[in-house]
Design a protein around this ligand. Structure first.
Ligand SMILES: [Zn+2]
Length: 390
């Protein structure tokens, strides 16, 4: 296999804390990275780099691990421009929210849904995202949920069954019947395509008992839990997630002290989604409080057409630093290694020997510029699986 060295990196974020006493980012100055096949095989100071077949001069740019976006909803059709416009303009708007997207998604062809996913994955890649999780949740019938997951699995290995996004409009008078469907025939049809099972545990969606039944049924079919928890108000989602050893509790906007303690003591990552608060003018999650308690925090886009229509991890980093109390180092870690932790992965989110060769060169001397220069397209080059894709 040929080896390629990327040399002349001004600052390299490895996310190997053993390399650097004062930062979990494991920063190396004047660094080089050697790639062989789809793996990183060496990192260190440029002057000590081993001989390789090929070399790429990074030109004094910063290098970071490819972003790991651990929460998105890309299996949809249509958009909700008018709903967003009305919300931001202070005008009442009475269309159906998620139901609008459900109707458009059901009406779309397989090719249309697949092209939509491909389009947003390409958009994310241009902004440095090399791993993407995505969910069903806009079909809400056995056939439409299974179809969404089958298409998702053609684009990413991180696929989540979210039949329990909302109670299907077809079951408006029979929510218990819908939970039976989600834990029965729909689960059977969806499990072969998914790695994860998720539920929107929130007032107006699914309560604690329903969420527990859905996650437990998914686990019995080999899916691992993750939970939409405590986005719109206090509730049982976070503590249920920790109790069931969910990989991630997502949103975590409204937390009691007991919720924060549970996150700090369990193995469940708190995934914060600032694009949702930005796009709905909602209260920011208090990242500082969660981090200071000792919990692991991930940052993700929540990319979806209703409440957070961004695929940009750099944008989320800038929001987390500006409005959620995170330092630039913490935000970068959470968008890379934190996302990997939220997907229970150790092969991504870091640039160390043995890791998958997913890395981004920034048109900047340091990762801090992602928050320091918000809205500026700083991604210069992207390697994914050892291939230069941008
Ligand atoms: Zn979501």
């Amino acid at each position: 296999m040929t080896t390629t060295a990327i040399t002349n990196i001004a600052s390299l974020v490895t996310n190997d804390p053993s390399l650097c006493a004062d930062s979990p980012l494991g920063l190396i100055r004047d660094a080089a990275v050697v790639i062989e096949g789809d793996r990183v095989v060496w990192t260190g100071e440029s002057s000590k780099a081993p001989a390789t077949d090929n070399a790429v001069d990074a030109g004094g740019r910063a290098a970071i691990p490819g972003f790991v976006d651990s929460h998105s909803h890309l299996l949809f059709a249509g958009d909700r421009t008018e709903e967003f416009n009305a919300r931001m303009s202070g005008r009442p708007y009475s269309a159906g929210g998620i139901r609008t997207t459900v109707a458009a998604t059901r009406a779309a062809t397989d090719d249309e849904l697949s092209a939509n996913v491909a389009r947003y994955l390409a958009e994310a890649l241009r902004q440095g995202t090399t791993t993407f999780e995505t969910k069903s949740g806009y079909g809400l019938t056995v056939e439409d949920e299974a179809r969404a997951l089958r298409i998702a699995a053609q684009h990413t290995e991180e696929v989540t069954y979210l039949g329990a996004h909302i109670v299907s409009p077809d079951y408006a008078d029979d929510p218990a019947g819908y939970v039976d469907l989600v834990t029965g025939a729909m689960l059977d049809a969806c499990a072969p395509y998914a790695r994860w099972v998720d539920v929107f545990c929130e007032k107006g969606a699914f309560d604690g008992d329903q969420a527990r039944a859905i996650l437990t049924a998914g686990r019995a079919k080999g899916l691992h839990p993750r939970v939409h928890a405590n986005q719109l108000g206090h509730g049982p989602g976070v503590q249920l997630a920790v109790e069931l050893d969910a990989a991630s509790a997502d949103h975590c906007t409204h937390l009691t002290d007991a919720d924060v303690d549970a996150l700090a003591q369990g193995n469940t990552v708190a995934t914060l989604l600032p694009g949702a608060e930005f796009s709905t003018r909602a209260t920011w999650p208090d990242a500082r409080r969660i981090l200071d308690a000792g919990a692991t925090v991930a940052l993700s886009t929540d990319c979806n057409p209703g409440s957070s229509f961004t695929s940009s991890m750099p944008f989320c980093i800038a929001l987390a630093v500006r409005d959620m109390g995170m330092t630039p180092d913490e935000a970068l870690w959470s968008a890379t290694a934190g996302g990997a932790a939220a997907l229970r992965r150790t092969d991504i989110g870091r640039i160390t020997p043995g890791a998958r060769a997913d890395l981004v060169l920034l048109d900047a001397p340091s990762h801090v510029h992602l928050a320091y220069r918000p809205g500026v397209p700083l991604v210069h080059a992207v390697w994914q699986h050892g291939e230069r894709v941008l």
